[in-house]
Write a protein that binds this ligand. Structure first.
Ligand code: NAD
Length: 373
């Protein structure tokens, strides 16, 4: 493997969960170099730029990023660096697997993956600025005079959805379903979730979905509206395999889905483009827990599992496949054996204790692999 990756610990609880993750990574036998970089509030404070040039250059060169959460202060005129990074590296598919690996939870035997379109829709700020300019408004909100049903101070976000943007993420979802089908030996279904009965952009998304689905005859396809889907997601999640959604619906559905697997402390994600990949926990920077060594690092550690899994899939890298296997078993065994867990899973262990315990399991599994080789 012998690769350098860009590591951005991030804000709030980011450095703590990243430390625990790096401890685990080293124990899993990964042949990696780490290029430590900053982004977000910490970068603004220390380098006067929330997305420094050195971070962008490092990510451009290394192509693989491991990132902690970044704070986006609400209403402070601070753009979302997460959104900027997705755009900068065209990370169009946000992959969020949902698996129940914590024993005794409310849900069991769930193994699904949500694929969120990551670059268009309501997060397309460029079009928002153009729309503002088109009506001659410098700032948002603007004043509208006498338009029926919209009078006075108005703020709006355009929601562009393109054929090309939809097609690449939908195709990505079908490819994931194909891989799952051959790996698991279980027929897979891709569900398109939108609001195409009301919203035009969703109508295009659904149309493209139907076209692409015809090219994957061995994968079942299915459709749902987002409102009904949220109920379905918590009522019958075992019916779902791969789900593809436009940006904002995907953002909301994936946080909801994290509850199925034990909460935000368990949910990992990958942001995938054709050239670059970024792996991160789904959760945010949780400022109230920052520095307390208290939060669950498993979401961040699982994002590294996703990294190895993606590298294995993309490049057929044998070391990456081995590291993915070790990490998956270490995390699952730790939880199944009643290993130390943090407060959110009903335990009292610290972030670093959980990281250390999973690292020790990785070291044992690695030694076993070498012994049997
Ligand atoms: P959050 O995910 O930080 O926290 C919400 C709650 O989830 C916490 O209070 C806590 O109870 C729980 N939680 C989160 N992570 C946990 C963990 N590892 N272990 C145990 N419990 C955990 O969401 P928020 O409070 O809405 O956002 C805080 C900041 O993070 C905001 O500035 C937001 O913009 C940012 N954010 C960043 C990202 C990202 O970088 N990808 C994602 C979401 C939010």
């Amino acid at each position: 493997m012998a690769q350098t990756i860009t590591v951005i610990p991030g804000d709030g609880i980011g450095p703590e969960v990243t430390d625990a993750t790096l401890t685990v990574l080293k124990a899993a036998g990964a042949d990696l170099e780490y290029d430590m970089q900053q982004a977000g509030l910490i970068a603004l404070q220390e380098q006067r730029n929330p997305l420094p040039k050195s971070t962008l250059e490092s990510a451009e060169a290394n192509r693989i990023m491991l990132k902690g959460p970044l704070t986006t202060p609400s209403g402070a005129g601070f753009r979302s660096i997460n959104v900027e990074m997705r755009k900068a590296f065209d990370l169009y598919a946000n992959v969020r697997p949902v698996r129940t690996i914590v024993p005794g939870g409310r849900y069991e035997d769930i193994d699904l993956v949500l694929i969120r379109e990551n670059t268009e829709g309501l997060y397309h700020s460029l079009l928002r600025r153009s729309a503002q300019r088109a009506v001659g408004a410098k700032d948002d909100p603007i004043m509208i005079d006498g338009f029926p049903g919209l009078d006075g101070e108005v703020s709006w976000d355009p929601r562009p959805i393109s054929r090309a943007g939809s097609e690449r993420v939908i195709r990505f979802a079908f490819e994931i379903a194909k891989r799952r089908q051959s790996r698991m030996g279980i027929p897979q279904k891709v569900t398109c979730v939108d609001k195409s009965n009301v919203l035009r952009g969703c109508r295009l998304f659904r149309k493209v979905f139907n076209e692409v689905s015809e090219q994957y005859e061995d994968i079942e396809s299915n459709e749902a509206y987002i409102d009904a889907f949220t109920m379905w997601l918590v009522r019958d999640p075992e019916d779902l395999d791969v789900v593809v959604l436009p940006n904002m619906f995907g953002d909301i559905a994936t946080d909801l889905a994290s509850v199925l697997q034990g909460g935000m402390g368990m949910a990992a994600s990958a942001n995938i483009g054709d050239e670059h990949m970024l792996f991160e926990p789904v959760h945010g920077s949780s400022p109230k827990y920052a520095g307390l060594n208290k939060v669950n690092p498993i979401a961040a550690i699982s994002s590294v599992h996703l990294m190895f899994d993606s590298l294995g899939d993309r490049h057929g890298d044998a070391d990456a496949i081995m590291c993915a296997d070790i990490l998956e078993k270490a995390i699952a065994n730790h939880l199944a054996d009643g290993g130390a867990v943090t407060y959110d899973l009903g335990g009292t262990a610290s972030t670093s204790e959980v990281g250390q315990a999973i690292a020790e399991r990785c070291a044992v599994l690695l030694a076993e692999k070498f012994a049997s080789a």
